[in-house]
Each structure stands twice: as C-alpha cells, then as structure tokens.
Design a protein around this ligand. Structure first.
Ligand SMILES: [Zn+2]
Length: 301
C-alpha cells in the first residue's frame, strides 16, 4: 500500500492524496487560514483518519475547526470525528440525511477492512444551493453540483487560487461511479465545473490533475450513455450489456466493474427515473462482483 502524501497546490492550500485512489481510498484537502484550519473531507478508517490528523499537525499547530464534506460516502465522512475531533462539519442537507440513514452500512460491503472505531459525525451546518466560507482571507465557495456522483455532491472552489476540490464528481485514473447520482446530472456538473476555469483540481480519488480531467470524465460518461441506449433499445439488462461492452481505453481505469452500476443508473434514466432517484445498491454491488469474475471488489482502505 502506497503511503499518503501532502502536496501544496496554492499558498497554504494542500491536497492530501491517498494512492492509488480505488474503492474507499479517498483524498482530502487541508486549508490553512492562519488562526483556523479547514479540512475538505476526512477518510474511511480510524487509522487513515489518524494519519490525516498527523499530516495536518505537521503543517500547523492549529487543530482543524471545520470539516467540509463533499458528499455522504463513508470514505469521505467516517473519519470526521477522528481527523478533526470537535470540529464543525459542513455539508449539503442530503449529506446529513444520507449519513444518518445509512450509518456505517458501507462497511458491510468490505467486512475484511480494519475500519477501527470512528464516531458518526454528520454535518452540523447544512445548506442546499451554495455557501461561502472564509478561511483566513481566502474565500472558499461551496457549490452543490449534484445529482452527479450522488444526490449531494458539493465542490469547494477557491476562485482566488484557481483550485477546485471536486469530490467524487471527478476521479482521474478511476472509473466514474454514478449509481447513487445521475448520468445527465454528471454531464451537467462537468460542464459547470469546467466553466469555473480551475487550473488545479483535487479530486476525491486519484492524483492532483488539471483541466484535462473534464474531457476524460465527459468522454467516459458519453460512452456510458451510448452503451446504455443500445442496451435499452435491445432490452438487455445492465450486467449483460456490461459483459458485452468493449472497455477499450477505459480498461486501464481502476475499478472498471463500476461499468455495471453506471449502466444501471443510465438505463434507469432512459426508463424515465429522475436524476438521483433511489436505486437499491446491494443487488448492483452483487452484479459488480459477478462482473468482476465473482471476486470481491478490491478495497485497500
Ligand atoms: Zn463517493
């Protein structure tokens, strides 16, 4: 397992990158504001959240007072109370309700992971459209761009620095995952994010990247749309369609079994389900395992 590292992407703004970015191995942001410190997301396990806390301590004696969650998934939120004990957690209203409803359910997908002990700390401060934080004298615009990866995706845009924390709407080197969000919404979100004009993008998984990530993500999403339209027209179920699809350039993306889940969402939208409508995830995870040759999905959390 490759160790996490911290990279300064603007003055006092750090990306906390956890290689290699697969299932539940997520990135975070550390924003230094002089007398205050804000985190963007935490981590999945107690050990990873403690390591994030140590990485902050290497940068500043100030403890994080605020955590922004980019969405409800446990790899971004389970560590809130360990990486930043007592901090105010800010997130979308649906991030809070999803966390409260789902609890630690994600852990059941990977019972072999050493999750450790983490308190569930959903956002105390919630919003819906957007919110501006001021970290020191740096404005940080929190913008709801979902439904995309989930219903409640929030990005953190630092306009003065040209830096975007994109959450899981963008994941360079990894297969996008829209089961809990929307295909049409993801395409709209990519357009909105592209229009911000960021030059440095810290995504929820994968390395720090530049604006090329917009084209890469959009290309994959359009390909999903084509496969889904063909499957829908021929009456194929998503798993059968996935098995018949040639991955081509996408074979090199991590966690390619997400194709099955992405086709479930795309086909649901073709059938008229609204963006972000609830789809039961357990049977879809079972189909991803089937697509993955019956092997458990790789999780290095
Ligand atoms: Zn996620």
């Amino acid at each position: 397992v490759t160790r996490p590292h911290t990279a300064e992407v603007a003055d006092g703004v750090f990306a906390y990158i956890q290689p290699e970015g697969g299932w539940c191995v997520s990135n975070a942001g550390i924003l230094l504001g002089g007398s205050s410190v804000t985190l963007v997301d935490s981590a999945a396990t107690e050990a990873r959240a403690r390591a994030l806390r140590s990485a902050v301590a290497e940068l500043t004696p100030v403890a994080p007072g605020v955590v922004v969650n980019t969405h409800h998934h446990g790899d971004h939120t389970f560590g809130n109370g360990v990486a930043a004990p007592g901090a105010t957690v800010i997130g979308h209203a649906l991030t809070r309700s999803e966390m409260v409803e789902k609890g630690f359910g994600l852990r059941a997908v990977w019972p072999g992971v050493d999750w450790g002990e983490t308190p569930l700390v959903p956002p105390d401060v919630t919003f819906t459209g957007g919110l501006t934080l001021h970290v020191g004298d740096r404005p940080v615009e929190l913008i709801h761009v979902g439904p995309a990866h989930t219903t409640n995706d929030v990005v953190a845009w630092l306009p003065a620095d040209g830096v975007l924390f994109a959450g899981d709407v963008l994941m360079p080197g990894c297969t996008p995952f829209i089961l809990m969000g929307s295909l049409a919404g993801s395409l709209r979100a990519v357009e909105r994010l592209r229009a911000l004009g960021a030059h440095t993008i810290v995504c929820g998984h994968g390395p720090v990247c530049g604006p090329e990530v917009f084209d890469d993500c959009e290309e994959y999403l359009r390909w999903i749309g084509e496969i889904a339209a063909d499957a829908y027209a021929r009456g194929l179920d998503p798993l059968t369609a996935a098995r018949g699809a040639e991955l081509g350039p996408y074979a090199k993306l991590r966690d390619s079994e997400r194709l099955v889940a992405n086709l479930h969402r795309a086909c649901a939208e073709l059938a008229g389900r609204p963006p972000g409508a609830h789809l039961p995830s357990a049977p879809v995870f079972a189909e991803m395992v089937a697509y993955h040759g019956g092997q458990p999905l790789t999780c290095l959390a």
